[in-house]
Design a protein around this ligand. Sequence first.
Ligand code: GRF
Length: 205
Amino acid sequence: MAEPDRRARLAILISGRGSNMEALVRAARTNPGFPAEPVIVVSNRADAAGLAVAGALGVPTAVVSSRGRSREAFEEVLDACLRAHAAEVIALAGFMRILTPGFVGRWPGRILNIHPSLLPKYPGLDTHARALAAGDSEAGATVHLVTDQLDGGPILAQARVPVLPGDTEARLAARVLEAEHRLYPEALAAYLADRRAVADTLRRS
Ligand code: GRF
């Protein structure tokens, strides 16, 4: 990512539906100033619905199966796939595998994730159910850098939505997801736009 005017080569990792991946690809396609170009969508599951979505958008796809492989073996193949596509930055988008410190260390400051809660509240799973059970008046999503800490890396941006009377988990999830689709492209663009911020964030983490 040396020349600031060149679009960074973006790999997007998914495991399922891929709606955040689609939001990133559409942002890159519709905004000529978007600082990243999706070059590969990788899924660890062959049945991820997002693979067809990426294909329809004309983004190359790959399946790196995590089944029947050790974590290390899986990450070796994943790393090779990303390097074969000359990826420079990686966006996790509903990617349901925890990456080891070894893998994360090979991509310092280059892996982003989107998480459906206002971190540091509710790392891990079932975020919307937990927000409802706690009686929270607001919920939201966070884009953060991936480090060794699960859902614990430096926060880059957050989007807030209200929790409304009568909300179910599904209704709240849908409201948060809509906010995610705006947040992820914005947060990625802002992060890449200021390469000095990348270096500074890394120094602090
Ligand atoms: C999103 O809620 C995201 O925050 C979380 O997993 C979900 C993925 O949804 N990490 P999609 O596959 O992007 O539609």
